[in-house]
Design a protein around this ligand. Structure first.
Ligand code: ADP
Length: 162
């Protein structure tokens, strides 16, 4: 049986830390579905279609990695996809507290779904999408933390806003 995992998140924008988790997950699973959340409560820098498009572009040569978007309950999306494992990344103790709450809530909503965690690689553990957003909003360069395709997309978006 094919072993699939869902890696959900905002990915606003996708960082080198996310890429590290996705590639490592593809070593352990037959299929990794990167699920981009349509989340109206966060002030986003890239809209949902821009996020999905750039992630698809980055992983276009890897057949194991799929990209999708979802709205509403993650467990409902997982059920629709017939996938029983959710993957999240763990960087800090702060991540742990939040992730524990999310994983427990999702398990209460649907006990057939398990959340598993991958510890962030020490080279990327300091990277977060909010850090990237702050750097960019303050006029700095975030290219050390994000893939080239994201950098190009962000430049286009920021130039349009000018
Ligand atoms: P969310 O808004 O759902 O937290 P994010 O896009 O910020 O979405 O993160 C998605 C997942 O990736 C989360 O599990 C988060 O902890 C993890 N993650 C984010 N940045 C990193 C990183 N640098 N290294 C490893 N995991 C990360």
């Amino acid at each position: 049986m094919k072993k699939s995992v869902i890696y959900p998140g905002s990915f606003d924008p996708l960082t080198n830390g996310h890429i590290n988790i996705i590639k490592r997950a593809a070593n352990s699973f037959d299929e990794v579905v990167v699920a981009v959340a349509i989340n109206s409560s966060k002030s986003s820098i890239m809209n949902i279609d821009q996020r999905v498009k750039v992630i698809k572009k980055i992983f276009r040569n890897n057949k194991k990695i799929k990209v999708d978007k979802f709205k509403g309950l993650l467990v409902r999306f997982a059920k629709k996809k017939k996938i029983k494992t959710i993957l999240r990344g763990m960087r800090t103790v702060q991540d742990f507290e939040y992730e524990l709450q999310m994983a427990t809530s999702n398990n209460k909503l649907d006990s057939t779904i398990e959340t598993i965690f991958m510890v962030a690689d020490a080279n990327y553990a300091h990277i977060s999408s909010s850090l990237i957003k702050d750097i960019i909003k303050l006029g700095g360069s975030a290219k050390e933390f994000i893939p080239k395709a994201v950098e190009i997309e962000l430049k286009k978006i920021l130039n349009k806003d000018k």
